[in-house]
Ligand binder design. Structure first.
Ligand SMILES: NC(=O)c1ccc[n+]([C@@H]2O[C@H](COP(=O)([O-])OP(=O)(O)OC[C@H]3O[C@@H](n4cnc5c(N)ncnc54)[C@H](O)[C@@H]3O)[C@@H](O)[C@H]2O)c1
Length: 276
């Protein structure tokens, strides 16, 4: 039997595009644990994706919002408060997009216009959401806000492009706003640094399949799946983690603390076997 860690809790989940999305799995798990949800995504993603299916499975309301438009975020927060009948308990920020990655423009030759869009969509949107929720006092005491990050914020991983910079900014915003939100309202703000996961956004990274294979071989526990990430999010939304805030929490099977593993070095050696 599933325990109801989120019984009586209400929250907004950004970023469920389709069933591969990490946010999709978080919505399913949060519902399974008793939460009531508002699901949101950009209007174009709602048209192209399958969020309505998720809304029907989880009995949730869908409210469109482009995360770079302040008026959309304002409307989302106020409409969610109307829907929930007041303040709510958690938010998941699961938003990422880089036009440079999408157009395969290399980092050393970046378009700054694209780079600003990357930062705006993937990182500043987090500030925008936190600021709006704070302004409306939308989150209850001991509430929890989580954003999804990646180890490219700390280490350079080829192909991750300006998303590495965006994730570093995202994690910094979690610390900066985490201080203010914790001090003033007792609300937690954290990021989860997740393993590479086969989703629409993930698969857009150049060499993604090799990256998944490499981190699988490097991680003592193997890569963490979207479903496992959802479990971790539920724990962070729950009352079991009330004093965890301003942290970047690795959920990556141990990858971030590895240098070289036996499995990875064996594969590396094999690559020389056909050489003279
Ligand atoms: N897949 C991975 O390997 C991986 C690893 C670590 C962290 N992450 C992070 O997890 C999060 C979710 O990504 P995912 O892998 O589930 O892929 P996904 O493609 O399913 O989700 C990305 C979401 O961002 C949304 N989005 C993009 N622009 C938006 C905008 N302007 N307004 C509102 N929403 C917008 C998309 O519509 C989509 O739903 C992202 O922050 C991503 O960087 C992913």
């Amino acid at each position: 039997m599933t325990s109801a860690l989120l019984h009586g809790k209400k929250g907004i989940i950004f970023g469920a595009l389709n069933e591969k999305s990490i946010a999709w799995q978080v919505a399913l798990k949060a519902r399974e644990h008793g939460a009531e949800l508002v699901l949101t995504n950009s209007p174009v993603a709602i048209r192209l994706g399958t969020i309505d299916e998720l809304a029907s499975i989880t009995g949730s309301r869908v409210i469109p919002a482009d995360a770079v438009k302040m008026e959309d975020i304002e409307r989302l927060i106020t409409e969610s408060m109307d829907y929930f009948g007041g303040r709510f308990d958690f938010i998941l920020h699961s938003i990422g997009m880089s036009p440079n990655v999408r157009k395969e423009i290399p980092y050393e030759n970046t378009s700054y216009e694209n780079m600003l869009k990357t930062f705006d969509i993937s990182a500043l949107s987090f500030h925008r959401i936190l600021q709006t929720a704070y302004k409306h006092d939308a989150i209850r005491e001991w509430g929890s806000v989580v954003a999804l990050s990646y180890v490219a914020a700390q280490r350079t991983l080829t192909g991750y492009n300006d998303m590495g910079d965006a994730k570093a900014l995202l994690e910094s915003i979690a610390r900066s706003f985490g201080y203010i939100y914790g001090r003033d309202r007792k609300v937690r703000v954290n990021t989860i640094s997740q393993s590479p996961t086969p989703t629409t956004a993930g698969s857009g990274i150049h060499g993604f399949e090799s990256l998944v294979d490499f981190s699988e071989r490097m991680s003592p526990l193997g890569n963490a799946s979207a479903e496992e990430c959802a479990d971790y999010c539920v724990v962070l939304f729950s009352d079991l983690t009330r004093k965890v805030t301003m942290q970047n929490l690795y959920h990556d099977g141990g990858f971030s603390n590895m240098g070289m593993s036996l499995k990875a070095i064996e594969q590396y050696r094999k690559s020389f076997e056909d050489c003279d």
